[in-house]
Design a protein. Structure first.
Length: 331
């Protein structure tokens, strides 16, 4: 106690904690000893097995071998672990990563590595802003921390871009060279209309009118077979000029839908021969101008023509008029 009769506060809290722990251990040992039925001298071996002695030994060992301020370090680690667990469970990993990326980019930009000039070569359908957005380049990006391989992979993942190269020219110039795919045809399947490249890759849904002049192919599998078939059809401009759509039937053969609604059913084999015959029939007999609704060319030895309803009725009436009339005595 101090001179005023108050308890003096210890200036060594660690020593006080040790003394308190040792005192508690001694009391615990005495309590264990009092509960023993027969008092026996405490040997060295029995003392080592005594729980109170173990506690004292443990405290002494911790003080001797554990570094100072280890408790502070352990507390910091626990807090960091709790924060990391909360970020993962809360689904904020991407937000945290983006924030860290923006921070380091801001530091790099402040020391002179800001992207001041962007050159994009090879674009036709895509705008400059679209290319940068696809590559993940924005106004906060710095040239120092920009990964060319990552930007290139993002660009090539876009269906419009067949190949790309990315060059960083320090301190602030970025050059991107791309090779765009070409819009080849419109493909309709299951009610959906898409713009496709010549290899069948879907470039985008059909939402604008700038692709209205492209040929139309319809049906499952038509997107991958369209290039060869349309190249064959181009050899017969008489037929190609009046074709509205090429329809792939059963993933085996093609039908043609002409602009006036006439259906041409082509065979599975010898398609070039059938197109040549079709072109000749139109040149010589004006086949496409007749009042017919379908031409079936699937049989190799004949051509089947289906008349329209009006043409069929007129033909039926004409045949009735040509029949000889029966005389009254013939009954």
């Amino acid at each position: 106690m101090d001179g005023a009769g108050r308890l003096a506060r210890s200036l060594r809290p660690q020593a006080d904690l040790k003394a308190a722990a040792i005192g508690a251990a001694v009391l615990l040992r005495e309590w264990f000893a009092s509960r023993r039925p027969v008092a026996k001298p405490i040997t060295k071996r029995r003392f080592q097995r005594d729980p109170a002695s173990r506690l004292i030994s443990m405290i002494t060992m911790i003080e001797r071998y554990v570094p100072r301020r280890s408790g502070v370090a352990a507390t910091v680690l626990i807090l960091l672990g709790s924060a990391g667990f909360g970020v993962v469970r809360g689904g904020h990993v991407e937000e945290l990563t983006a924030a860290l990326s923006d921070t380091r980019n801001a530091l790099a930009n402040s020391v002179g590595f800001r992207i001041t000039t962007v050159a994009i070569n090879g674009r036709k359908q895509l705008t400059q802003d679209e290319v940068l957005a696809i590559g993940g380049v924005n106004g906060r990006s710095s040239l120092l921390f920009l990964d060319p391989e990552t930007v290139r992979d993002k660009l090539k993942a876009n269906p419009w871009i067949g190949d790309a190269t990315v060059l960083k020219l320090y301190p602030g110039r970025l050059q991107i060279n791309i090779v765009e795919r070409t819009a080849f045809a419109l493909w309709q399947c299951d009610g959906h209309l898409s713009v496709i490249a010549d290899d069948g890759a879907v470039l985008e849904p059909y939402v604008t009118r700038r692709f209205t002049s492209l040929p139309l192919v319809v049906g499952k599998g038509a997107e991958t077979r369209a290039r060869d078939f349309l190249a064959l059809l181009d050899r017969y401009p008489q037929v190609r000029s009046v074709t509205k759509a090429a329809i792939f039937v059963g993933e085996r053969r093609w039908n043609l839908r002409l602009k006036d609604g006439l259906d041409i059913r082509l065979p599975e084999n010898d398609v070039g021969k059938a197109l040549a015959a079709l072109s000749k029939l139109d040149q010589e007999d004006k086949l496409f101008s007749r009042d017919i609704v379908a031409v079936d060319m699937r049989l190799p030895d004949r051509l089947v023509v289906q008349l329209s309803d009006d043409a069929a009725k007129a033909r039926e009436d004409l045949l009735k008029d040509k029949k000889p009339k029966k005389k009254a005595g013939d009954a």
